[in-house]
Design a protein around this ligand. Structure first.
Ligand SMILES: [Zn+2]
Length: 595
């Protein structure tokens, strides 16, 4: 199973201490011999994620996420196992053997970077070639008013309106069709089975990561054809949800504030106008990963989405996601222009700086939107506005914030402060109550295995699953129990397991046990998802918390599992018989009806 040399994994684990790694994303506090922090995998206000330095593992008591440093990295950065290994290796300054990188990914990330760089250079040449890119240059320079310096600064290019000109050029540089397909430069036509260029007749925006690699492209049409924007899909070099356009330029200029725009053109216009701290998401709504990425570089984000209805909705969503990672969120309100690009062209950069300085904290922005939607001189409308605003205020955790906002809202609505405050606190209590009861319900459901996505068989075979979790916890945690299974001292085989997950964990555990070097939890990550790894952590933790973990417990659980397995078999054949019987009755009934 283990294609990655064990020494490398050991080296990574010894150099990437779990406390350091988790601590670089989550603020951790000591609690006895363990360390606690807010779980990044579910939204919570009180810490329920525990990091165990002694076993180099973590577990969240709220959502069940758990595992080792590799699992954490996989889940946090949305990487596969290989990606997490590469990430941690580079963090620790360990170089991975090239051969094994290639073996796993087909096309190594480095090669995709080289391909992208060559493609970016080619498309820049096309843009500056009047024969090929004349129209595109006119569009950028004359219509969008970008200076040649700005066009060069952002490395803009033009993808020729030709099915394979670019492919030919890149082949000439030694790139293979496989590499171009992996890098999202080439696709195969379903009609003709021939390769063609994905980007054609588009102005091209290279997307560059903070290390200076060209990781992807965005392409925009120059007329009204669709799609307006086309972006590279995820490749070995690129995950949309984890990058931001122009962060490579913004990263040194955004310590105080960062401007979040809707599109690439807005970002470029802002940089050109003297705001080199603007970024944009890559053709998708902002993700929590991008929000966390922003917290690494800045304290404050100013949202400048379009002022239309879709833009308002996107603003609300971004406010929520950025608020969840603790960002100071501001919203810029523009009037007289639909986006920053248009605004600066119309009113000049100086006026835009005023807007930035006047950008409002999320609450004031929301309050203004609500007030603008109601005529507060009419009693009914005023009541409705007060109701909506108090709902918004009730969402804030900090009592000081609630107090300050209540004050501002009371003044705006011209109603007594205490009246509004009572409404806010009542709503807040109601919200907390309903959250608590939902938590309790979730806990009851998960205790019965209902809605268990990690092990979908658990609810149906409840008793068998309890026995399996005991057995697997013992095997994962104690070498002597694994030895007992290997030697045949206790009889246990994969077929004894009832749930598919239990069987897989057992098989992988025993396979590793029999391999050179023996079992190691860290190596399981190659075959299991982070959620499954978390489930194993839970099984091990439950054993660690109990004092009875001897052979009798193992034997007793195996007996119970075997008995449950018999029942399960009977149940499923019973189900089949019942189904046949029901079908027979149904047919008989139909026959009766027909005669
Ligand atoms: Zn959690």
């Amino acid at each position: 199973m283990a294609r990655i040399p064990r020494e490398i994994i050991d080296e990574i684990r010894s150099r990437c201490d779990i406390e350091d790694v988790v601590g670089s994303y989550v603020s951790l506090k000591r609690a006895g011999s363990n360390i606690k922090g807010l779980c990044p995998f579910h939204s919570e206000k009180t810490p329920s994620m525990v990091v165990y330095p002694s076993s180099q593992s973590f577990y969240c008591f709220g959502c069940g996420a758990g595992g080792d440093v590799v699992t954490f990295t996989m889940k946090y950065h949305n990487l596969d196992y290989m990606g997490a290994i590469e990430y941690l290796a580079s963090r620790a300054g360990i170089s991975l053997p090239q051969s094994f990188e290639e073996e796993d990914r087909g096309v190594p990330r480095k090669r995709v970077y080289e391909l992208n760089l060559a493609a970016a250079r080619y498309m820049r040449e096309c843009l500056f070639d009047p024969q090929i890119g004349g129209e595109a240059m006119r569009y950028l320079h004359e219509e969008r008013k970008l200076s040649i310096a700005t066009i060069k600064h952002f490395g803009l290019g033009f993808a020729p309106n030709h099915p394979f000109l670019m492919l030919q050029h890149l082949r000439g540089l030694g790139f293979t069709d496989d590499e171009m397909r992996a890098g999202y430069i080439e696709a195969i036509s379903t009609k003709t089975q021939k390769p063609y260029s994905i980007f054609r007749n588009r102005v091209m925006f290279p997307i560059i990561d903070t290390s200076g690699n060209v990781i992807a492209f965005g392409g925009r049409v120059m007329d009204d054809s669709k799609p307006k924007y086309l972006n590279s899909s995820d490749t070995p070099a690129f995950k949309k949800s984890r990058n931001l356009f122009a962060l490579n330029f913004a990263k040194g200029n955004c310590a105080e504030r960062m401007i979040l725009c809707e599109g690439y053109m807005d970002v470029i216009a802002l940089h050109a106008a003297g705001y080199p701290f603007a970024v944009a998401t890559l053709g998708t709504a902002i993700t929590s990963e991008q929000a966390r990425l922003m917290t690494k570089y800045t304290k404050q984000v100013i949202i400048t989405y379009d002022s239309d209805e879709a833009g308002q909705k996107a603003t609300d969503r971004a406010m929520k996601i950025l608020g969840e990672v603790g960002m100071d969120v501001r919203v810029l309100s523009m009037s007289g222009a639909k986006d920053p690009d248009e605004y600066i062209k119309k009113y000049g950069a100086g006026q835009f700086t005023k807007l930035i300085d006047e950008s409002r904290r999320g609450f004031y922005y929301k309050m203004n939107v609500i007030l603008a939607g109601h005529d507060v001189n009419i009693a009914d409308e005023k009541i409705r506005a007060a109701d909506e605003i108090s709902t918004v205020i009730a969402e804030f955790e900090s009592g000081v914030e609630r107090e300050v906002y209540t004050d501002a809202a009371a003044k705006n609505l011209n109603i007594p402060h205490d009246v509004l405050k009572n409404d806010v606190e009542r709503k807040r209590k109601r919200r907390i109550r309903s959250e608590k009861s939902k938590e309790a319900q979730d806990a009851r459901m998960s205790a019965r295995g209902i809605g268990d996505k990690v092990n979908p068989d658990a609810a149906r075979y409840f008793a068998a699953n309890v026995a399996e979790e005991t057995i697997l916890g013992l095997l994962l945690e104690f070498p002597e129990h694994r030895a007992a299974v290997v030697s045949g001292k206790v009889e246990l085989a994969a077929d004894d397991f009832v749930t598919a997950l239990g069987r897989r964990i057992f098989e992988a555990t025993m396979e590793l046990e029999g391999s050179e070097g023996g079992f190691d939890y860290a190596l399981m990550g190659e075959s299991f998802t982070p959620d499954e790894m978390g489930r194993m952590q839970k099984m091990m933790r439950m054993r660690r918390e109990l004092s009875e973990n001897g052979l009798p417990v193992l034997i007793d659980s195996i007996e119970r599992l075997k008995a449950e397995g018999e029942k399960a078999k009977a149940k499923s054949s019973g189900d089949r018989l019942a189904a046949i019987e029901a079908r027979r009755r149904e047919l008989a009934k139909k026959k009766e009806e027909n005669t």
